[in-house]
Design a binder for this molecule. Sequence first.
Ligand code: ZN
Ligand code: ZN
Length: 555
Amino acid sequence: MEKRDIFIGGAWPYANYYLHVGHLAALLPGDILAKYFRGKGDNVIYVSGSDCHGTPITERAKKEGVYPATIASYYHNEFLKTFDKLGFEYDEYSSTMSEHHKEYVKLQFKKILENGYIYEKKELQDFCESCNSFLSDREIEGKCPHCGGKSTGDQCDVCGDSLDSSEVLDKHCKTCGSKTIMKPNKHLYFRLTDFEKELQELINQNKDKWRKNALGEAQKYIDMGLVDRAATRQLDWGVEVPVKGYDDKRIYVWIEAVLGYLSVGKEVAEKRGINFDEFMSKNNPKLRTYYVHGKDNIPFHTTIYPAIISAIKNDYNLPNYIVSSAYVNLNNEKMSKTKGNLITANELMEMFDSDTLRFYFSFKGPESNDMNCSLTDIIQTHNKFLVGMLGNFVNRNLSFVNKKFDGIIKEGCVDETIKSATEKTYRIIGDYFEKGEIRNAVTQMFEYVALANKYYDSRQPWIQVKEDVNGFNDTTYTCTYMIANISNMIAPILPHASRKIKEMLNLPEYQWEETNIKGVYNIQNLKVLYDRIDEKKILNNEDNEQIEQKKGCSR
Ligand SMILES: [Zn+2]
Ligand SMILES: [Zn+2]
């Protein structure tokens, strides 16, 4: 089959806190798809990076008396470590702070401007005369018009209502306390409204490719009525506006961060000597694009990003597959930083192997509905599937041969029905992966493992070994064939176990295709694939118990 061009864009986490389980569940499908397509031999470009600009970071920097870059760099480095431990293999994980990204964004911004999709508009805005600067909503302090409580320019601290800065009473500058005045300020706006028809067509075209929540959210966004969006912001932290008279402003993050897919994609392509314009062209028949993110990111990927691509007019592909996850809840409660019930990916990795987490969040992932996560459920899922089914099949075969025949697997005949079931399984799982249906793919994978265990039991090799040695050799050889193919099938989800199996049997590198075995195999350093996790040990450990209670995990 001709090699395809596959572009996978993983969402860019915001660099002001650690990665939490919601990120893990939403981003994992991207890495799984990348591993699958690489195994097929396709040309994969899988990119992401840290979103480092915007006001939450500048405000925190102000509060802590540090540079915004200090905070963003700290979390960016944490993200790199966490992704590495989770076995993610990006072709490039960059950051919006990189010079390459900034230059790329400025260039595209100019193109959009030249193509007539950006215009200037003057509006009255809050201004502090003593600081001599325009104030963003969050740099304003005032009184809530609804309850009289203390508020910022966009939200009341007391009743929590979101506010428009024009309705906030008694406004003062948060930095110096002076009363604010209204002063005309100019901003650049992006003509999102010009793309309504095109975006509607995009939704209609992709009814079978985008996840249901993506279709729903995108349609909702259009039905609410698109509005032109400010493309610049009063801020000194971000990508400079490549237009005269805009030195005091920066490009708004919503327009800048999504362009990261293309800035980093181009970087990867150039390193490989690939022409990125040709690779990403909507006229490239070999290209498929996947965008992988959480529910709250849907409008950016289904409307804003395609509109920006269209406005640049470089004939790039508009998203083919939107792999958008729902939310991860803890004990049926929504997670949030303010509630204090966020579990970080690092906290989970202190308790569990990355394979265990990759399996849990892909097998039970929030594909069409919110998922409910708990430590107990992670442990039980691990014990039932990874230990009870996968580990059991591999280890009972190999340890039997190790004990009885010094680890030598003699050549035998592979059962024909098993062989055709194996070929079929690759096809079915592959189809699921290509549609972004990870849960179905994993379910199918474990149906194959169940078939393997059933075959082993029905052949009763522990009896065959005494009564029919040829039969025993065929059984063991067929099981070895299945183990070899399992090590391929699980590789996108369970890279550690896959590698372990391949080392024990000295099997060829992972590829997404049927592996035929030949000759004699000699088992090297037999290892238990997965250890059973003792529920009590995890749950009764003081630290973890604290996590469970603090974080509201169910028992
Ligand atoms: Zn001031
Ligand atoms: Zn209020």
